[in-house]
Design a protein around this ligand. Structure first.
Ligand SMILES: NC(=O)c1ccc[n+]([C@@H]2O[C@H](COP(=O)([O-])OP(=O)(O)OC[C@H]3O[C@@H](n4cnc5c(N)ncnc54)[C@H](OP(=O)(O)O)[C@@H]3O)[C@@H](O)[C@H]2O)c1
Length: 240
């Protein structure tokens, strides 16, 4: 295992809140320069400032991952600023209506756009930068909804789609020094769907800092080693 991430460049999407914020902070603490992506510049700049105040290195890039042109422009800036990307965490995601009846076409397009197309747009646009890193890692954040049918049609379909995309990234990256993993977390204490934060016991809702630690652990693994997939759940809600 590498002792630190000094000289590594990490891109984290959805980095202004929740799991992405926790992952960005931990990658920065381990020595990486973290490029933060989210739509709203205000919260993103606040997270970048917090990381810098703690002694880390962070830059903010306001970008909607569902807008291919914005993603291309951001990737061009990242290439100019860093020339390579060692770690890409595709974490940006939005919730969707829970039932088939409640899901209209606009919901479907928006959720597939962010949660699935966004992963492809960002990974595709950064492919050259990932290749240049020599031993890059793409870490895709799905959810247990990506392992079961039913439930929210748009959210579940996007997360199932990520499984296929993760496999395609792993296959394409194998001989180019790009590894890919997909994580299927269960419920996390991030205020998802407006849930109050810090109310449920940790056995029911995972601390995003703990999940971020697992992601850091994967990012630190040696280049000849790959975690293909992992399911992470709070103890009282094990995935069956
Ligand atoms: N929380 C859970 O219980 C849970 C469980 C399983 C899986 N997950 C997955 O884990 C990931 C993170 O969830 P979370 O709970 O940490 O979410 P969160 O707290 O709601 O944060 C979402 C982040 O994504 C950004 N974002 C949303 N849409 C975006 C877009 N179109 N382009 C760029 N950035 C965008 C948000 O910032 P802006 O709004 O400023 O863009 C924010 O920084 C998601 O993929 C989610 O599906 C979560």
């Amino acid at each position: 295992m590498e002792s630190n991430l000094n000289d590594k460049i990490a891109v984290v999407t959805g980095a202004s809140h929740g799991l992405g914020e926790a992952v960005a902070a931990q990658l920065a603490q381990a020595g990486a320069h973290v490029a933060l992506i989210a739509r709203r510049a205000g919260p993103l700049n606040e997270v970048a400032e917090q990381i810098r105040a703690a002694g880390g290195a962070a830059s903010a890039y306001a970008c909607d991952v569902a807008r291919a042109e914005q993603v291309k422009a951001t990737a061009a800036r990242l290439q100019t600023d860093f020339g390579k990307v060692d770690i890409l965490v595709n974490n940006a995601g939005i919730p969707a209506p829970r039932s088939f009846a409640e899901t209209d076409i606009a919901d479907w397009d928006e959720v597939i756009g962010v949660n699935l197309s966004g992963v492809f747009y960002v990974t595709r646009a950064l492919w050259g930068c990932l290749q240049r890193a020599g031993a890059a890692y793409v870490i895709n954040i799905s959810g247990t909804a990506g392992l079961r049918g039913g439930g929210s049609p748009a959210y579940g379909s996007a997360k199932f789609g990520m499984t296929g995309l993760n496999g395609a990234i792993a296959q394409a990256g194998k001989d180019q020094g790009i590894r890919s993993t997909i994580l299927y977390p269960g419920g996390m204490d991030t205020g998802w769907r407006g849930a109050p934060i810090g109310v449920l016991p940790r056995r029911e809702s995972m601390d995003p800092q703990v999940v971020a630690k697992m992601i850091l652990h994967i990012a630190l693994s040696p280049p000849e080693f790959v975690v293909n997939e992992a399911v992470l759940n709070p103890l009282d809600h094990p995935f069956m």
